[in-house]
Design a protein around this ligand. Structure first.
Ligand code: C2E
Ligand code: CA
Ligand code: CA
Length: 439
């Protein structure tokens, strides 16, 4: 189908090249894994899958020309041997070109399809001279690259062997955690910078594992996405969050994170709305947080899902704003309600003029489009005062509170009420600071 050599030929060529490898004649092994390959089959059918595979093989051949040996190792895995590289830049450059070439869409009978490619690289003799060992190490680097996200490139590093074992373990534990429904949302308050009062909570997934300890969502959400567990996990978390939120004051909103991978599922909107219906939680109180990369995907599925949710009254917040690659026009083609300013800008308000300029620009932009704004990661009073003075409407961060279990929310709200009673008006101290700053 691809007209490429198979694994056996690849191993033979690799043997030959490795026989000649020395410190001055290094050999690079690149392992390529396609992301999104299965999705093409699911959405566009088997023929489209073959066609995309053939097209990808052709692009690879064009890039590589006669520089190295290219083979199809397995279903969606390719291998490249670059004999005699002059520096590590050679395989790195090649990898970059491959990633770029995969970024163009693949034409199929039923519309354009998207693929990403992760790449792991091992170098002989640096990482070994045994062909099996080298392939295995390049594969481990690939595994790590895929764990980092879509279309990443990684060189092998000795400590990856350990990470892979841990990852396999996490994946196994995650499966049973999802089956047992034990990953639960905790809640971080969203505070109005106008009234200095809590107006809602963001649900953040928490997983405490008996043997592995506390595993952060940054680690297990990507694994859930790769394994397809995210569907069940996302449903569980949302259902729980809605039930918990039913106990809060009625004016409080619930913010819930949806990853770009989740948004590739065209049935997502329907599932979210049915979770709302089943738990009796009003769509108007739900705010879905989505990061920029979802807005870059060309398939239109994300847009359809977002439109469907908005129609039902759900609000849409753009999460981690300023860290992605979306252009303004891409963002504006979606209807948004809120922008969340990424923590990285907030944490440098004190020491970086650039961060201050960017934050003010974002706040101005949001205001111009009639959007509310939440600043993330507020850790000290001076950040809070700066943000409030520049028109940011909401804040979130350890200064107010980290994420707490549902059972601790009543105490948190009591504490807030108590503090207000003591200080007469919580907003007053904040606004005194803002006045001092702007005078
Ligand atoms: P995020 O949506 O940007 O969530 C904010 C993260 O910042 C949370 O990390 C929160 O604990 C942390 N944070 C909040 N205030 C502060 C602060 O003042 N200082 C600092 N340094 N950090 C602060 P967490 O809980 O580890 O979540 C990490 C990411 O995992 C989230 O980033 C979100 O992208 C993802 N995530 C969490 N729960 C879910 C979920 O249920 N579904 C999906 N799809 N993603 C989730
Ligand atoms: Ca978020
Ligand atoms: Ca965020």
């Amino acid at each position: 189908m691809t007209g490429l050599p198979n694994r056996r030929l690849f191993d033979e060529e690799l043997d030959l090249c490795l026989g000649l490898a020395t410190d001055t004649h290094q050999v690079a092994i690149l392992m390529l894994g396609l992301d999104g390959f299965k999705r093409i089959k699911d959405t566009h059918g088997h023929a489209a899958e073959d066609k995309a595979l053939g097209e990808f093989a052709k692009r690879l051949t064009d890039i590589l020309r006669k520089d190295g040996v290219l083979a199809r190792i397995g279903g969606d895995e390719f291998g490249i041997v670059l004999p005699n590289i002059s520096s590590l830049e050679d395989p790195a450059n090649l990898a970059r070109r491959i990633v770029a070439s995969a970024a163009d869409t693949f034409a199929t009978e039923t519309g354009a399809a998207e693929l990403g490619v992760g790449i792991g690289i091992a170098i002989a003799p640096l990482d070994g001279v045994n062909p099996h060992e080298l392939v295995r190490r390049a594969e481990r680097a690939l595994y790590r690259a895929q764990g980092d996200g879509r279309s990443r490139v990684r060189f092998f590093e000795p400590d990856m062997d350990v990470h892979v074992e841990r990852r396999v373990q996490i994946e196994r534990e995650l499966r049973s955690a999802v089956a047992a429904d034990i990953i639960e949302p905790h809640y971080q308050p969203l505070v109005s910078l106008e009234s200095n009062r809590i107006i809602g909570f963001e649900a953040l997934a928490r997983w405490e594992n008996r043997t592995l300890g506390n595993i952060p969502p940054d680690v297990f959400i990507p694994i859930a996405e790769e394994t397809g567990l995210i569907k069940a996990l996302g449903d569980q978390l949302l259902r729980r969050a809605c039930l918990d939120a039913n106990a809060w004051p009625e004016t409080f909103s619930l913010a819930f994170n949806i990853s770009p991978v989740q948004l590739r599922d065209s049935a997502l909107g329907e599932r979210i709305l049915s979770a709302l219906a089943q738990t009796g939680f009003s769509p108007r109180r739900l705010e879905i947080e989505i990061t920029e990369s979802a807005f870059v995907e060309k398939t239109g599925v994300a847009k359809a899902v977002i439109d469907e949710l908005r129609q039902a009254g759900v609000r849409i917040a753009l999460d981690d704003f300023g860290t992605g690659y979306a252009t303004l026009s891409q963002l504006l083609s979606f209807r948004l309600d809120k922008i969340k300013i990424d923590r990285s800008f907030v944490s440098h308000l004190d020491d970086s003029t650039d961060s201050r300029v960017i934050v003010r620009a974002i706040l101005g932009l949001a205001k111009g489009f009639g959007l509310t704004t939440t600043a993330e990661g507020i850790e000290d009073e001076s950040q809070l005062i700066y943000l409030a003075a520049n028109g940011c409407t909401e804040g979130q961060g350890y200064l107010f509170s980290g994420a707490v279990p549902a059972a601790r929310i009543p105490a948190l709200l009591n504490r807030e009420a108590g503090r207000r009673a003591i200080t007469d008006d919580g907003a007053r101290s904040l606004h005194a600071g803002v006045d001092a700053l702007s005078s």
